[in-house]
Design a protein around this ligand. Structure first.
Ligand code: BGC
Length: 246
């Protein structure tokens, strides 16, 4: 089934058509800068613009960088605060006239990686972490998602949210070397393994394409692999979730 996947982030909103059976991408990527302020109405306009661009009339899956329960966005770490409590599914469906499914961005990336990427065929407890502006997380038990884990908001080493200490953004902000930043990642991975006894970590986000720069500093007793679908994992997972709810 051809489904439109849309990945909503703090800086960009991008969409592509996806064959949800194979995870194959069926179109080029359309990307629009996230409006500032990123209010629900402004973001809904961009979602509608992407739908129009593809002249799409089928189901749509949208990622969102927040806790999403039953289509409602319940947090807003890196987007406008007015998202808290918004019924995103109802908003986007009304604006586009299409059936829209909304889910957390890291959960969407995890769904795609577990089905078609680095987590394919892996059983047990698998955690995908995306390192970007924040830290997103998705946890799976034998391929089944446990949604909205938000491990990036665990308090750690004196920080209210570990993402303010170990996200890729912090590497830049604090001018950390790859080694210094990876040591923070190691501490965080070790902490997660201590409390969850994991079987596999999948690392996503832009830094997963630069593992040659920092992969050798990783020190984890659990296997760590790079995400394979890179930039498009969220789009593919969102489309898969939309196809699932049809
Ligand atoms: C948000 C998560 C999101 C992650 C990555 C965090 O700040 O709370 O919901 O998955 O950023 O975008």
């Amino acid at each position: 089934m051809a489904v439109l996947g849309i990945d909503i982030g703090g800086s960009g909103i991008k969409g592509r058509l996806v064959d949800t059976m194979t995870g194959r991408l069926l179109s080029d990527r359309m990307k629009i800068a996230t409006p500032q302020p990123s209010t629900p109405a402004a973001v809904a306009d961009v979602v509608a613009e992407i739908v129009e661009h593809f002249e799409h009339r089928g189901p749509v899956g949208c990622t969102f960088p927040a806790v999403v329960k039953a289509g409602r966005t319940l947090s807003a770490a890196n987007v406008d605060e007015s998202w808290i409590g918004t019924d995103a599914t109802a908003l986007f469906s009304a604006r586009t006239g299409l059936a829209v499914t909304v889910l957390n961005d890291a959960d969407a990336a995890g769904i795609a990686e577990v089905a078609h990427g680095a987590g394919r065929g892996r059983s047990g407890v698998v955690v995908l972490l995306t390192f970007g502006t924040g830290i997103g997380s998705a946890m799976f038990l034998d391929g089944n998602l446990i949604p909205n884990t938000e491990f990036g908001h665990l308090s750690f080493r004196g920080h209210e949210s570990v993402e303010d200490w170990a996200a890729a953004r912090v590497k830049k902000e604090e001018g950390l070397s790859w080694r210094e930043w990876t040591e923070r990642v190691n501490a965080f991975l070790g902490h997660l393994d201590n409390i969850l006894s994991l079987d596999l970590f999948i690392v996503g986000g832009g830094v997963s394409r630069k593992m040659d720069k920092w992969g050798h500093w990783l020190d984890s007793s659990v296997d760590v692999v790079a995400a394979r679908l890179a930039n498009d994992a969220g789009i593919v997972g969102a489309a898969m979730a939309a196809a699932d709810s049809c």
